[in-house]
Ligand binder design. Structure first.
Ligand code: ZN
Length: 321
């Protein structure tokens, strides 16, 4: 193709693009819906054929049109299921009443916004009238203006332990600077009473805040412990009956206090699970509940008595018992 012909072809193609606004309403997002979940709202809509991406706009409910902010972009080419666009919006205060709109873009050309949907977002998890269920972390109390301090974490952990029969808190070790490293052991109607009993059921471990400057998992784990302690959801209770949930809200308390990735020696803790030179990683590796939970996995893959023998020797070496 000669340059002139290419140019002509480009102009024709450009003309086709320029003719799009005439059919603008066909490009408007329809079917926008919102579903409220704890801590986030899920928006879904009908896909617009050929859209490059979608912008999600949020505003307080009843705000004048055009005063919202674009809070996210949904890109079809980053999803497995492109036929069902859905965007999880977060970053608002729980309980806010909000309004969302979504628009498609073709390249950088925005199409008209959808009709708005409004909804009140879920309040913070936990019934304020239920003793224990009304516990709140510092992060929740300040509407995310400050992360939970170590002192507040310990107070919250202790209060949850005392308020719920489903929760047992064990200190599994101390950080380099001497901060307690706690683990919630959670089950229904009560956590299994001993480490050996823990091994009789499947276990799930959440090891939170490995990097001190990544505090969101710690806040999420503290709230999740409360949710597991007070939930009446049938599936949650069923899970807690048949398994142990082990949550370490802050494995790297020193790093959190200093807002640093590593612990106070500068060690990146998720690079220390094989050498186990740091007290934080040692605490996790040597934890009795964990050890027995791992032993249970070994047993369930059929190593039987060999697993028991190794587990017992290991327990003796670690605990001298
Ligand atoms: Zn990380």
């Amino acid at each position: 193709m000669t340059f002139k012909r290419r140019l002509a072809a480009t102009i024709v193609a450009a003309g086709m693009v320029l003719s799009l606004p005439a059919a603008a309403h066909a490009q408007q997002v329809t079917g926008l819906e919102v579903r409220q979940d704890d801590g986030f709202a899920t928006l879904s809509w009908n896909p617009v054929p050929g859209a490059t991406d979608y912008q999600i706009e949020r505003a307080p409910a009843g705000a004048p049109e055009g005063t919202g902010t674009v809070v996210g972009v949904w890109r079809p080419n980053r999803q497995v299921d492109q036929d069902e666009p859905a965007f999880a919006d977060a970053g608002f205060n729980p309980g806010d009443e909000l309004q969302w709109r979504v628009r498609a873009r073709f390249g950088t050309a925005p199409q008209p916004y959808s009709a708005p949907v409004t909804g009140r977002t879920n309040p913070e998890y936990g019934d304020p009238a239920t003793p224990g269920g009304n516990l709140r972390t510092q992060w929740e109390e300040t509407n995310a203006a400050s992360y939970t301090s170590d002192a507040n974490e310990y107070a919250y952990t202790k209060a949850l332990d005392e308020a719920s029969d489903r929760v047992r808190v064990v200190e599994i070790g101390r950080t380099v600077l001497g901060r307690p490293i706690n683990m919630f052991v959670i089950g229904h109607p009560a956590p299994k009473p001993t480490a050996q009993a823990v091994s009789g059921n499947p276990a799930a471990l959440l090891n939170c805040n490995v990097h001190g400057n990544e505090p969101s998992s710690r806040e999420g784990c503290l709230i999740m412990a409360r949710e597991l302690a007070f939930s009446n959801d049938a599936r949650t209770l069923d899970l807690l009956r048949t398994m142990n949930v082990l949550i370490v809200p802050a494995i790297n308390g020193d790093g959190r206090a200093a807002n640093s990735r590593g612990n106070s020696t500068g060690q990146d803790l998720n690079r220390d699970h094989s050498l186990i030179r740091q007290p934080e990683t040692f605490a996790l590796a040597a934890d009795r509940e964990m050890l027995w939970a791992i032993l249970n996995v070994v047993l369930s893959v059929g190593l039987g008595l060999v697993g028991v023998w190794i587990g017992t020797r290991l327990a003796e070496r670690i605990y001298g018992a």
